[in-house]
Write a protein that binds this ligand. Structure first.
Ligand SMILES: [Zn+2]
Length: 333
């Protein structure tokens, strides 16, 4: 102990103050202190930023939908420390029991598995994992379920014949937990059937982009598109240009405007300005210029907060719901 310098001692005292762990859906584990909550985010002071003791510690906002779980206290670090010291199957079994009692379910299961890797006949570890003995062999839950004709769909077991139904239910739940946007588009020039046909295909690309950048949180439900018109959520100024002629900063219009060949990114931005009233936003698809093609976490959290049924899903599906397109092809007066 006498070889430890003073700063190291202070460091270890500072560290002992921090006593919370957060796991994000990305798998990232962060130690620190929860400094507060609000509707959208958790204020968190990561351990690493607190080391220089004279500097003010800045909390980091982590948007709640990114947090898989919060582990209060030093439980997670106690688990890591104890794991280092484990040697025998019984050591790992005891640690598994500690984890289970402290709601570290993933870690408990891993430790039961490690117990069995060291001692394949460890009865209590088998029982804890739900294994069943058949003759001399232990069967895993997977083996038991598969023998009974079940298949695993995400985290539930379904009969093979009911797999398609389970997929459909899952898909419906995804759609129900996302925000539908119903959009009116007005095309200023006169457009012909061929143009509407091409534009309908383009709308599907736009719909896919909206779905992807919102991680399955928002989708184009319906689009009504009328030519020789100006009354709408978004005005399409020309038929075949990427940009509009009198381009101003996006988001500054009273009514969102785009060109007939606008990029999916530009379309999504205008769509969000028009329907959600979000404003231009740094480090986000809503930024001016081309900084990123992603929504920032703050904007995603705002979409989630916009209605109680909207939920972010870690397993959001790759295909958006199909957009229903209504074409009103008017003749030029
Ligand atoms: Zn943003």
């Amino acid at each position: 102990m006498k070889y430890l310098s003073l700063p190291v001692l202070i460091f270890s005292l500072v560290v002992s103050v921090f006593a919370d762990t957060i796991e994000l859906y990305s798998g990232e584990i962060i130690n620190g202190t929860i400094a507060g909550y609000d509707v959208l985010s958790t204020k968190f002071i990561p351990e690493s930023v607190a080391v220089p003791e004279h500097k003010p510690v800045k909390p980091r906002s982590i948007y709640n939908f990114r947090i898989k779980r919060t582990i209060p206290g030093n439980t997670y670090n106690d688990y890591l420390t104890a794991k280092e010291a484990c040697k025998t199957a019984d050591d790992f079994y005891k640690l598994a029991e500690f984890c289970r009692k402290n709601q570290l379910i993933d870690e408990a299961n891993k430790m039961y598995e490690t117990t069995l890797a060291l001692d394949p006949m460890h009865i209590r570890a088998h029982l804890a994992l739900g294994h069943k003995k058949q003759g001399e062999e232990w069967l895993t839950v997977e083996q038991i379920k598969q023998a009974e004709g079940y298949v695993k769909f995400k985290d539930i077991w379904v009969k093979e014949s009911e797999l398609e139904q389970a997929r459909q239910v899952d898909y419906r739940k995804q759609v129900e937990s996302a925000l539908p946007l119903n959009l009116k588009l007005a095309v200023i020039p006169d457009a012909d059937d061929e143009w509407f046909k091409v534009y309908s295909q383009q709308l599907k690309e736009y719909a896919r982009q909206l779905w992807t950048v919102t991680e399955g949180l928002a989708y184009l439900a319906t689009v009504e598109i009328t030519d020789n018109a100006t009354d709408s959520d978004i005005i399409i100024q020309n038929l075949d240009q990427y940009d509009i002629s009198n381009a101003k900063d996006a988001g500054s219009f009273d009514i969102a405007q785009i060109g007939g060949k606008a990029s999916p990114r530009d379309f999504v931005r205008q769509c969000v300005f028009a329907k959600l009233k979000f404003t231009s936003h740094e480090n986000c698809i809503l930024a001016k210029g081309f900084s990123t093609d992603k929504f920032c976490d703050m904007c995603l959290a705002r979409i989630i907060a916009s209605a109680p049924n909207i939920k972010w899903r870690q397993d959001w599906l790759p295909d958006p719901p199909e957009v229903k397109i209504t074409i009103v092809n008017k003749q030029k007066k």
